[in-house]
Structures are given as C-alpha cells and as structure tokens.
Design a protein around this ligand. Structure first.
Ligand SMILES: Nc1ncnc2c1ncn2[C@@H]1O[C@H](COP(=O)(O)OP(=O)(O)OP(=O)(O)O)[C@@H](O)[C@H]1O
Length: 254
C-alpha cells in the first residue's frame, strides 16, 4: 500500500535521513520510533508530500490523494464551526452534497462516542473529545491509509487509552493501513503489527524492525499482558538505547 524506499533528506546542508525505508500493507498498523530529533516527523512529512527529499522513492500503489488521511498532534478544527460542521466540512470539500455530508458526519461522531456533542464548538469540548472530532473528520473521508504524527501526545493516560482503542477497532474493522510516529514504545508495541526503529541522526536510517505477534482483534490493555509483550519491550528499549548511546551501553546493561 505504501513503500518509502531509501528516503534521503536534508534541511539546507544539514543531513537528516540517509536511505530510510518503511512500508505499510493494507490492514497493517505500523509504528515508527527512534531517538528524539532523528528524523521521524521528517520521514512522515516526506511521505505526506510536505517535505522535499533529495533521494528515494515513495510509492502509494493504487491510492489517490483523497485515500490518505493525515492526523497531527494539533487538531485542525475550525473554532467557529460546531463539531458536526467541522466533520461535514471535509466531506463537503470533497464534493458530497450538504445533506449527505451532515448525515455522514453524524454517523462518525456517533461511532466515536460523541452523540449529543455534535452541536458544540471546539472550545466547548475537552482535549479528548476534540481529538475524537478530528479523528471523525479524517475517518469520515474513508481513508485507506492513515498517517499520524503523535496525534495522542497531548491526551491524559485514560483518554489516550480510549482514543487509541477506538483507532485500533476502526483500523481492524475497515482494514486501513496506518503509519504512526510515536515516542511511546509501549504504545507502539500494543498498537502495531510492525515497529520500525530509526537510528540516531544525522543521516538516520532504519536500524531495525520488529514483527509484533500479538493476535487481533486487540484489546490494548490485554495486549500488554501478552507473553510476547515484555520481551519485545525490553529488546526495543535496549536497541533504542544502543542507537542513542552506542553499543558500549548494551555491554554495561548486560
Ligand atoms: N524545518 C526545519 N528546518 C531545519 N531543521 C529541521 C526542520 N525540521 C526539523 N529539523 C531538524 O531535523 C532533525 C529531525 O527532526 P524531526 O522533527 O524529523 O525529528 P523527530 O525524530 O521527529 O524528533 P522528535 O522525536 O523530537 O519529535 C532535527 O535535528 C531537527 O532539528
């Protein structure tokens, strides 16, 4: 569904990525983790078409631009429109007739547990509720590939757990492909089928990738007590420490 091959990019003459490759299949949840400042967001922005690359290719086989949904940490809700109007707007801009757009917006807000809040303005919603509206806005457009950069970072733990479970349920139900940038190794393992680890910059590349054998459908709380979870977490943590500090640290930990 998505293949980013050997992506190389710089800001001016400052190199960031040198030959980073990731891929996402339909129905697959993929996370990208790595040291701070290594280039995770830059890679995602390149895949989104928002950042120029100096080498590499990005293939989104069979996908139109409108098949790709994007969610950033900050939501892009319009403050002067209600939750319902915000969700309907994307559908209107895509060419849906106004009545159908409103009906679909209501369906998606309801699916994300926001029945009764359709008429509220963003300022009248909590952070978690706003995030759900932003998610409804993206999902109402029925993306086949969802690209997300730390979209849940500002949420408290309980709301974050609920919203991420919503996303997982929808991804499993709709067979959407997902690429998520996150700092949270636990979240990456609990959510994903594959986790990519980016090496330390400059000139970062994919240092390793991990298949997560936890079965689906997934309950994110139960996923953490799956026998594969703790060993994977330890390995990922140790590999992340190694890319940050070099192999000496691994020797110390052992
Ligand atoms: N617009 C920009 N202009 C110049 N340098 C940039 C720009 N955006 C990012 N950088 C630099 O590129 C490198 C990679 O940044 P990026 O945001 O992609 O990393 P990241 O892995 O997502 O970081 P974090 O985990 O801290 O969010 C960093 O050194 C950053 O300072």
């Amino acid at each position: 569904m998505l293949r980013a091959n050997n992506i190389t990019l710089s800001y001016g003459n400052v190199p960031v990525l040198a030959g980073a490759s990731v891929s996402v299949e339909a129905g697959q949840f993929v996370s990208l983790v790595g040291p701070s400042g290594s280039g995770k967001s830059s890679l995602l922005r390149a895949i989104m078409g928002l950042q120029e690359t100096t080498a590499g290719t990005i293939e989104t086989s069979g996908l139109k631009q409108t098949d790709i949904g994007i969610l950033f940490q900050d939501d892009a809700l319009l403050p002067w429109r209600t939750a319902l109007e915000n969700v309907a707007l994307g559908l209107r801009l895509r060419g849906d007739d106004p009545r159908h757009a409103l009906e679909q917006a209501e369906v998606w807000l309801e699916r994300l547990g926001l029945t009764g809040l359709c008429g509220r303005f963003p300022r009248e919603l909590s952070g978690g509720q706003r995030k759900r509206v932003a998610l409804a806005q993206v999902l109402a457009l029925r993306p086949r590939l969802l690209l997300m950069d730390e979209p849940f970072a500002s949420l408290d733990a309980i709301v974050r757990a609920r919203v991420t479970q919503d996303v997982v349920d929808l991804v499993e139900g709709e067979r959407i492909g997902v690429l998520l940038v996150t700092h949270d190794l636990e979240e990456a393992i609990a959510l994903s089928d594959v986790v990519y680890l980016l090496s330390n910059g400059p000139r970062a590349h994919i240092a390793s990738h991990y298949s997560i054998p936890i079965p689906r459908p997934r309950n994110l709380v139960k996923a953490r007590s799956h026998p594969a979870f703790a060993p994977l977490y330890e390995r990922l943590w140790s590999d992340l420490s190694e890319v940050v500090d070099g192999p000496r640290r691994l020797g110390v930990a052992a």
